[in-house]
Design a binder for this molecule. Structure first.
Ligand code: NAD
Length: 442
């Protein structure tokens, strides 16, 4: 079957994928738990259900998204009919990270298939249980020359990157993003790079402090802080800082109890390397809440850290764990000094009742996307583009934009024979004045 041209076939195979995922949903949830104790609720909300919803939306709209789109013709070409055709790129390589190992592998795959491509998917080696279920699901759904899963670590990834692809979709860290970009450049292969960064979260003095604390605690500690769009650090207005910290402490306890280690709703750090990386970021004298760690279980408590400096380990790189540094600010200038010290972040959050302030932040800073008075949830609207800018990424996806990401947009002008205006043809003698007038008019 020609999946490149046959949209009906693509739709059928996506329906098959949907059914197989639904059949294996419990297995996926179990694999995510086995990999890093991801709570079932979070697995459904952020992984299986997310993919199922994306699949349903794609199946519903694939015909419409794949159709040539008529656009208004240019008067200079009169008479013509103008179209944008969507053409699959061809062979697509998708490299996925471990933190949302099912969703971040499957969502790009669904769109790449919908757009008519062949796919090789390399899931993360750090979540072997989930990668095994992905392989099983894909093998049951697709012919191997249509979609293939190749499991493995850095070496496998580099071997794949050394080959020539028609498109590469990478989700992961900034340093590896640079390696991917370099490999792609060798063959002028287009890329989407979904990367990370240090995401600021500003709490203005007008914010609803209780609700802000609740929403920040949820967005920061879901997946144990191992979320690319989690707030990385807080910038709290000096006047409300003490009160706000108390709200944060209360919300952490409400969510995960006084002993988060025993909570079924709090995940673990993915591996001992990341656990050690995070532990060395903790300066005990700055811990104002939490701070407990347990190496054998790779546990780190939801931790609040009072921070005043920017040269400390925790403020140097993306945290990607359940440590939340709290800095204070007094003026817009303080905000500027801190935020502009880092590369453009993937997300930025503002909690305020002052619309002028919120609008100013949106206008003043460049970042991938974000929320006013919430965290993380912009990810869930398929009508919003999801992606970074500068060092936090290249390109964006979700919903129809994902289909477009994996399609080359081919411009076609269909010209009629019934009229052929002579003006553009040589010899140009005596035509210059007329063409200048005409071009002014169009
Ligand atoms: P990572 O960059 O270490 O790994 C991602 C993938 O690249 C894995 O499949 C891995 O096998 C492969 N890889 C690792 N090192 C490589 C190398 N040297 N050469 C070639 N391939 C290599 O990232 P991670 O630890 O899996 O994920 C965490 C990072 O991903 C964080 O920085 C986070 O912000 C980012 N992230 C971004 C998004 C997003 O949508 N923007 C989503 C999730 C995670």
């Amino acid at each position: 079957m020609n999946y490149k041209t046959n949209i009906k076939y693509r739709k059928e195979v996506l329906k098959k994928l949907l059914n197989i995922i639904i059949i294996h949903e419990n297995e996926i949830i179990q694999a995510l738990y086995d990999d890093f104790k991801k709570p079932a609720f979070e697995a459904v909300l952020t992984e299986t259900n997310y993919v199922i919803t994306e699949l349903k939306d794609t199946i519903k709209n694939i015909k419409k998204w794949g159709k040539p789109k008529m656009v208004l013709p240019s008067i200079v070409n009169f008479p013509s009919l103008d179209y944008v055709y969507k053409e699959p790129y061809g062979k697509v390589l998708i490299i996925a990270p471990w933190n949302y190992p099912f969703q971040l592998a499957l969502c790009p795959l669904v769109s790449a298939i919908a757009a008519g491509n062949q796919v090789v998917l390399k899931p993360s080696e750090l979540t072997p249980h989930t990668s095994a279920v992905i392989t099983k699901i894909i093998t049951k759904t697709f012919a191997v020359n249509h979609v293939e899963v190749i499991e493995g670590g850095i070496e496998v990834s580099q071997r794949l990157l050394a080959k020539r692809w028609d498109y590469i979709f990478f989700t992961g860290s900034v340093p590896v993003g640079k390696i991917v970009a370099k490999a792609a450049a060798a063959n002028l292969t287009p890329v989407t790079l979904e990367l990370g960064g240090k995401n600021p979260c500003i709490i203005h003095e007008t914010a609803n402090l209780k609700l802000a604390a609740k929403r920040i605690v949820w967005g920061k500690f879901i997946n144990a802080g191992q979320t690319c769009i989690a707030p990385d650090y807080l910038l709290v207005h000096n006047d409300i800082k003490t009160e706000f910290v108390e709200f944060l402490k209360k919300e952490i306890t409400l969510a995960y109890s006084a002993k988060p280690e025993t909570s079924p709703d709090f995940a673990r750090i993915i591996n001992s390397k990341n656990w050690a990386r995070l532990v060395q970021m903790i300066e005990p004298e700055k811990v104002i809440f939490g701070g407990q760690t347990n190496e054998p279980t790779q546990y780190i408590a939801p931790t609040l850290i009072e921070e005043t400096e920017l040269d400390t380990p925790i403020m140097k790189e993306e945290i990607f764990g359940p440590l939340l540094p709290i800095l204070s600010y007094k003026s817009d200038a303080d905000l500027h000094t801190i935020i502009s010290r880092y590369e453009k972040p993937l997300s930025l959050y503002v909690f305020t009742k002052n619309n002028v302030f919120a609008e100013k932040i949106i206008q003043d800073y460049s970042f991938g996307g974000g929320c006013i008075n919430d965290t993380v949830i912009h990810f869930s609207n398929k009508r919003l583009p999801f992606g970074g800018v500068g060092h936090s990424g290249i390109g964006a996806y979700h919903g129809k934009l994902s289909f477009d990401t994996f399609s080359h947009k081919k411009a076609i002008v269909k010209k009629a024979y019934w009229l052929d205006l002579p003006m553009r043809y040589a010899p140009y003698k005596d035509k210059l004045t007329t063409i200048k007038k005409l071009l002014k008019w169009v």
